[in-house]
Design a protein around this ligand. Structure first.
Ligand code: G3P
Ligand code: CA
Length: 344
């Protein structure tokens, strides 16, 4: 019944089809281009991804830009810029000391002088030839949707929202306003807003009708619920009671994929858990992460050869998860997810 209802909703709203699992281009087509660059998003759109996924942080002049962390030395050339050498510092971020260069200490104009770098050069050496991609703003990613020539959705994630609120840069209103300027305001629009934290999702629930996603790690607790709060751990979230609590403020969960298909110590897959059925019983969609095609990330049975960066049988993994009944997948290789979805 749920699939039928989703099919009807998709037909009515002219959005990416929800009748089949959605393919979310994780950080863009980040297996093939440096993550979170316009090049990565453009390739994902060309390949046919249903959604592109930007992770969001905020600049000194309060602009939402796209990076996986607020510390940017792993994914930009900031360390090669003598003009910014004195910005290197150490901060407590979500309860951990981090040393490097931080987005919130740079204006957008300063950030635009940097260039993105491949995060995983050992596994993805071909991506290192892309050396001229600037840091992208959220507005630039939204503009890409309008140029796609077909419905493409956006799946933004707030990164370190409690931390940014603590330094006077709350992200929620800026995010909702940017989406509204792009005409995206309704639950039927092709948008999911995601977070590992809880408080910001609850704030967002009061600000927008757009769909919200509670991300769930394999262990630990959300920063604002564990070390900084008293709420649910991630293990607590995947109980029927925890899922019911999530359904009070969110529309979907984004679990670590091994919470659905665990592995033993040797990397072999074990029988799937009841998480998908339990979440569906709570009327929550299920979008697990992250599907990556390199042997390094695959289960023992899906690996081909022994090179960590060699590609294994990613299609087999996609097919299993589609059979389990997921409502979407986050993948660094959206083209491979799409091929598996159509039976390839
Ligand atoms: O947002 C889903 C997935 O992207 C969560 O992991 O660390 O890649 O943002 P991360
Ligand atoms: Ca993310």
């Amino acid at each position: 019944m749920r699939r039928l209802a989703l099919l009807l909703a998709a037909l009515i709203m002219d959005a990416p089809s929800m009748a089949q699992p959605i393919v979310i281009a994780h950080r863009g087509a980040s297996g093939s281009r440096p993550e979170h660059t316009i090049a990565a998003y453009k390739l994902a759109i060309e390949q046919g991804a249903d959604f592109i996924e930007p992770d969001l942080v905020m600049t000194k002049d309060d602009v939402l830009v796209i990076r996986h962390e607020n510390e940017i030395s792993d994914t930009t050339d900031v360390a090669d810029h003598p003009a910014f050498a004195d910005r290197r510092t150490t901060k407590a971020i979500d309860g951990k000391l981090v040393t490097g260069w931080f987005v919130e200490d740079f204006t957008l104009a300063e950030l635009k002088t940097l260039r993105a770098r491949e995060r995983l050069p050992q596994l993805r050496p071909r991506n290192t030839i892309w050396r001229d991609e600037p840091i992208a703003t959220f507005e630039e990613a939204l503009a890409l949707l309008k140029m796609a020539g077909r419905p493409v959705g956006i799946y933004p994630e707030t990164k370190h929202p409690s931390y940014f609120a603590s330094i006077g840069k709350p992200m929620e209103r800026a995010l909702v306003d940017a989406l509204a300027r792009a005409g995206l305001t309704e639950a039927s629009d092709p948008v999911f807003i995601q977070s590992f934290e809880v408080s910001n999702l609850k704030v967002l629930r009061g600000l927008t009708r757009l769909r919200l996603v509670q991300l769930i790690e394999g262990s630990g607790a959300p920063y604002d619920q564990g070390e900084a709060g008293t709420g649910l751990t991630y293990a607590g979230m995947i109980t029927p009671e925890g899922l019911k609590a999530i359904a009070g403020y969110a529309d979907a969960i984004g679990p670590y994929k091994l919470l659905i298909e665990p592995r033993d110590a040797s990397g072999k897959t074990l029988s799937p858990t009841s998480l998908i059925a339990d979440a569906h019983s709570a009327r929550l969609l299920v979008h697990p992460w992250t599907f990556r095609s390199e042997n390094f990330f695959l289960s023992a049975g899906d690996r081909i050869g022994t090179r960590p960066g060699g590609h294994g049988d990613a299609a087999a993994e996609f097919r299993r998860f589609f059979d389990y009944g997921v409502d979407g997948v986050f993948s660094d290789f959206p083209a491979e997810a799409l091929a598996a979805r159509t039976g390839g």
